[in-house]
Design a protein around this ligand. Structure first.
Ligand code: MSP
Length: 650
């Protein structure tokens, strides 16, 4: 099958924010998912650069619109790779081929008699770049931009949209999947119950020159929506380019703000051009921030680049897809993001991978063992069925843009797998040579489950999934895998060599937020979950994430002095990089004088403790040696090269 997935083309009067990022991550995830299903996929995004608000934004900055558009368009283009978004094509409405296609289409529709010249007056909203009907206004204002529209009365060209109203109603009614979720389909049908007005498609050059000139009247430029919507055709080489076959699989993703242009203007335009309708329109809700509308004036705009820098790309993608129920509004908060990172990613899936791979390393020499058929239990069969059901549910949900549901079904299985480890306790099986067959079966089940997880998580978190595939020794195989062939149980080859690899979800961050202590973390969880994903492995191993909770830093000793009545202790003042006081039990091994200027390593996030009435804000690390006579010698841990105080040790 062919799939052509598009995002809206974004106006260049604002910099990319999480709203733009969300739509584009969705389109990218869907593109990757359809490829996983074997489709021939094309994914397009881009920028919308003509019109009044762009001309005004450029004027405000004192530059030509073209120069202004070049700058902001480049910002959008550069943002997407940071988010692991890989469009096949990035279109700009100022591209020469687009200008030509828009003019050719205008001429064609004009020649067919579907464009005419007339007088019009109405309420024009600059924010929406369109006329609003009386009914759309709320207390005389645009409900989206909360501004009073301009009353405009002028002669213009009109597209005979009303002519296609009956056809559109029929098409939407007989194709329940044409516009989804259903609430937006209902909204469109309700709008179509009123007579459709024709669409004003021009602006006189006396009012606006930053647009595409009408081919049949040089005194006018095209209305921005007519220009913008046609991008979906230009990008695939309308009318006869080699990519134009993708049109048969066209699916658009938008948010609710631009429902009307996509669900009403665009289908009628396509009909007038003489093309078949697009396949599906997917409409999502709005991201607010901490329950408030995101806006520049409120200063609460969230930039995707900042989030990626702080949390890593996989966490950002996962959070946005998991948190929002597609079609509904959702509220962004860093607390919610951090909670999902710690619980769903680090604890659930990160822990599962590191524990399973550690056990495969320890008990199978990092090589997938062959399953011993005689030792397969009923519980194993239930797990295998659950894995296959997960793939099926995931496919249905991904295909209908219910990303949160697809992820829920994956996480149910992750929970089962964590329980599977606890109930089968491979470390106990390893102690009994009679259980060697059963141990191999348990390890095989784990390895194959990890393979399936790496497969289904690929569209959502491509970077993490690639690390998973590398750890499983299946980098090439999983990159080429198709869900139909590989999305079933038992495809892991015995003998595959595994690699422990790097941590899947390392804690990143410019500023380290306070982490809840272990007890507090457990309190919010169900008892069942605590048993499934214990903080410390049964064998006393800790995960990389747990290690990451200890904040080790380089500290420079500024002053050192003896403490009265404490012959073992010294009071140190260190720079790390802020100044803090430490009490260290090293007085028998170092004199205060020899310590000043030394760079040592400290635990910087230890809870403060009082020693001899002095509050110690951390701990200095030292190696301890005890000789045959029981004499103790301490040597401070220092750094081998010159490095700034405060540097993180990891
Ligand atoms: N240029 C038009 C679209 C033309 S498409 C032929 C436009 N541009 S826009 O820059 O305003 O982008 C609107 C789109 O950005 C929304 O439909 C949505 O995809 C995304 N979002 C902008 N703000 C958003 C939120 N706060 N939340 C979710 N998505 C949001 O309209």
């Amino acid at each position: 099958m062919t799939t052509y997935i598009t995002t809206p083309i974004y106006y260049v009067n604002a910099m990319p924010h999480i709203g733009h990022a969300y739509t584009t991550i969705i389109a990218d995830t869907y593109a990757r998912f359809r490829r996983l299903c074997g489709d021939d996929v094309r994914f397009q995004t881009g920028t919308d650069e003509h019109g009044e608000k762009i001309a005004q934004a450029a004027e405000k900055e004192g530059v030509e619109p073209r120069e202004y558009a070049d700058r902001i368009s480049a910002l959008f283009c550069q943002t997407w790779p940071d988010l692991d978004i890989a469009p096949d094509y990035f279109i700009r409405t100022t591209d020469a081929d687009h200008v030509k296609v828009v003019q050719d289409i205008l001429q064609k529709v004009y020649d067919r008699g579907d464009i005419y010249f007339s007088e019009y007056s109405g309420h024009y909203c600059k924010g929406c770049e369109r006329f609003l009907t009386e009914k759309e206004l709320k207390e005389g204002k645009c409900p989206d931009h909360l501004t009073v529209p301009e009353e405009i009365s002028e002669q213009n060209y009109f597209f005979r949209m009303s002519k296609y109203q009956d056809w559109l109603i029929e098409h939407v009614e007989s194709n329940p999947e044409y516009i989804t979720p259903e609430r937006y389909r209902n909204e469109v049908l309700s709008f179509l119950r009123e007579p459709l007005e024709d669409l004003c498609i021009s602006r006189p050059c006396s009012r606006l020159t930053w647009g595409i000139p009408l081919p049949f009247d040089e005194n006018f430029v095209t209305y921005v929506w007519f220009d913008a919507l046609i991008n979906y055709l230009t990008g695939i080489g309308y009318p006869d380019g080699s990519c134009f076959d993708y049109w048969a699989g066209a699916e658009h993703v938008i948010a609710k703000d631009i429902l009307k242009p996509h669900a009403i203007y665009w289908p009628t335009m396509i009909r007038a051009i003489g093309l078949p309708p697009y396949r599906r329109l997917h409409v999502h809700g709005y991201w607010n921030v901490d329950e408030t509308k995101m806006s520049k004036s409120l200063g609460n705009v969230i930039r995707p680049h900042d989030l990626v820098e702080e949390y890593g790309v996989d966490t950002v993608r996962y959070f946005l897809l998991r948190e929002m129920s597609f079609g509904r509004d959702s509220s962004f908060s860093t607390e919610a993001l951090e909670a999902r990172r710690d619980s769903d990613l680090a604890n659930d899936v990160g822990n599962l991978f590191s524990r399973a791979l550690t056990m495969l390393a320890k008990y199978a020499d990092s090589t997938v063992p062959a399953l011993d058929k005689d030792t397969v239990t009923e519980e194993d069969r239930v797990l295998a069925d659950a894995l296959e059901k997960m793939v099926a549910d995931y496919s249905v949900a991904m295909n209908s843009f219910e990303f949160h549901k697809a992820l829920q079904s994956i996480w149910e299985v992750i929970g089962m797998l964590n329980r599977f480890i606890v109930t089968n306790a491979p470390w106990e099986l390893a102690k009994d040579s009679d259980q060697a067959g059963r141990l191999n079966t348990v390890l095989y089940f784990l390895a194959d489950s990890l393979r399936l997880l790496a497969l289904v998580l690929r569209p959502v978190m491509p970077s993490a999934a690639e690390k998973m595939a590398a750890a499983l020794g299946l980098k090439k195989e999983l990159a080429a895998a198709k869900l139909d062939d590989e999305g079933c149980w038992g495809k892991m080859q015995a003998g595959t060599v595994l690699h422990q690899g790097e941590a899947l979800f390392p804690r990143l961050g410019k500023k380290k937020k306070e982490q809840p202590n272990k007890q507090e973390k457990g309190q919010g969880k169900k008892a069942e979950e605590q048993a499934v994903a214990p903080e410390v492995d049964m064998e006393g191993l800790i995960t990389f994430e747990q290690f990451g909770e200890v904040e080790l830093r380089v500290a420079e000793i500024v002053t050192a002095e003896k403490i009265k009545k404490a012959n073992k202790l010294l009071k140190l003042t260190v720079k790390a990089p802020e100044e803090r006081t430490l009490v260290a039990g090293i007085a028998k091994h170092y004199s205060p004088e020899e310590l000043v200027g030394k760079k040592v390593i400290i635990v910087a996030n230890l809870k403060p403790a009082k020693l001899m009435g002095i509050t110690s804000q951390g701990m200095v690390l030292a190696a301890k040696e005890i000789d045959a006579d029981g004499n103790e010698r301490l040597v401070l841990s220092t750094v081998a090269g010159d490095i700034a105080p405060g540097s993180r040790v990891a």
